[in-house]
Design a protein. Structure first.
Length: 266
């Protein structure tokens, strides 16, 4: 897999295995990272960072299947187990030990639900991975590209309330020069984007206001011009919210990996 713009060659696990090599990290791309046009940009930017820092990693490519998260949330346990067992067979075949992913849903599933089916791996969300590199001093020299911006972070449920991780994404943002804000409901009190648990793929339930609209309004109230996210589901909902509120001219949505990559000048 090659990023033509920057000529990044993303290593495939099968190719490395054929050479007798075992990379330290498997980058789990996820369905959104592979197929959603907007989130494919996040995949590319994170791959740029990995390559720039000379991280020893690889991806599964076409051998990677959906993690099964949505199937289980929607109640199709049989499909979940079929997908999970297929993935576990491939991961164990390559003797994968450490996995990093940009998707909190896949992070949660691989970390907390695959072990019951025989998949035992060390899971890192990309916010944790990047925060660790920043703390170690591996990432430095960040530009002031966002110095004039006001950035507010939206907590992904499956990273925050689901796995207790609130500090890592904020550590990444704090390393980027610029003003950081918080919504009135944040961290463990943060409002969901409205897409988790399979809600992304069904009609909204009746109520006074759709969740993603309410959450976008909270972000707008802070005066921020960038909503930072760390989840493909959240990115879809926040981007739609910005459009719904007619804020495209003054507000953007970026993943933390995109912000960091741009700050590194990649």
């Amino acid at each position: 897999m090659t990023n033509e713009k920057t000529k990044i060659q993303v290593p495939l696990m099968a190719d490395l295995a054929a050479e007798g090599r075992k990379p330290e990290w498997l980058f789990w791309v996820g369905s959104a990272g592979a197929f959603d046009d907007r989130y494919k940009k996040v995949t590319r930017e994170f791959a740029k960072i990995l390559t720039h820092l000379k991280i020893d990693y690889a991806v599964l490519g076409t051998e990677e299947s959906d993690s099964g998260d949505v199937a289980r949330r929607a109640g199709n346990e049989m499909l979940f187990q079929m997908q999970a067992l297929q993935n576990i067979d491939i991961l164990n075949g390559y003797e994968v030990k450490k996995i990093v992913t940009c998707c909190p849903h896949d992070y949660n599933t691989l970390k907390n639900e695959y072990p019951e089916l025989g998949g035992h791996y060390e899971l890192w969300h990309h916010s944790q991975f990047l925060a660790d590199l920043i703390e170690k001093g591996s990432i430095k020299g960040l530009s002031e590209a966002f110095m004039k911006n006001k950035i507010v972070f939206h907590d992904p449920c499956y990273l925050g309330r689901g796995n207790g991780e609130y500090a890592a994404p904020r550590s990444v943002l704090d390393a980027i020069p610029g003003q950081k804000l918080e919504m009135k409901r944040n961290k463990s009190f943060g409002l969901c984007c409205g897409a988790g648990g399979g809600q992304m793929f069904k009609e909204a339930e009746k109520g006074d206001k759709e969740v993603f609209i309410e959450r976008t309004e909270e972000a707008i109230e802070t005066g921020a011009d960038i909503i930072a996210t760390a989840c493909p589901f959240c990115m879809v909902m926040m981007t739609d919210g910005i459009k719904y509120k007619n804020q495209e001219d003054r507000m953007k949505n970026y993943d933390i990996a995109e912000l960091l990559s741009m700050s590194l000048g990649l």
